[in-house]
Design a protein around this ligand. Sequence first.
Ligand SMILES: [Fe+2]
Length: 247
Amino acid sequence: MKEQSPHCVFCGASIAAAPHSRRDGLYCCEGCFLKEKEFRALEKSREESHFSLAEALAAALDEREHQTGLHSRRVACHTLVLAKRFTEDREALRQIHWGALLHDIGKIGVPDAVLLKAGPLSEEEWAVMRTHPEKGRDILARVPFLTEAAKIVLAHEERVDGTGYPRGLAGEAIPWGARVFAVVDTLDAMTSDRPYRKGLSFDEAKGEIFRMSGTQFDPAAVEAFLAEEETLRDMVALKCEKPPFRP
Ligand SMILES: [Fe+2]
């Protein structure tokens, strides 16, 4: 029997005589091969510009309040470690990474008198500070590739028992990325030194997180924290600011 001439998997053209590539039994004509190569290069440069923009926004917050910027970079790394236990989806991991990195971006809109105040905040000042998740969501929602991250930013101060803000969401009504983030946010806050106190040890912070499982934190996120304890312990000790992998 005469063998049929192969056809391009993309455009369907017969490519018996034309230069082509073959992979897994599939053929691709030269034209489509070049187009695909061009497409991949465009995708890569689009991806790079997304990462650069997210970094630039994080740097803007860093300018406003240096401590917050460093905290954001650390929790973005730690959150990826936990989030990977729940999904392998790169886009979902990217959105969670950016949501964690930019969680406090709304603090850009909080006046210096409140954001940089050395002493305790008054009730009115707290009310201003508590607007930062909505301010952050409003900033990120304008960027098409950050719309999912914006949902995490809006929900990052919620607690699973419904006593958080700004909406008082409970349980699974809180996006899962925000529930995972909440654990590492507290871990970093507790283990970091502040001008008025020394940071807790990892084990002390672990005890507190465990105690607040089911109230402040999603028990599934706390379980993931325990499963990744050794990795997180190293990352906290090294004050890791670089993501362990590129989602
Ligand atoms: Fe916050």
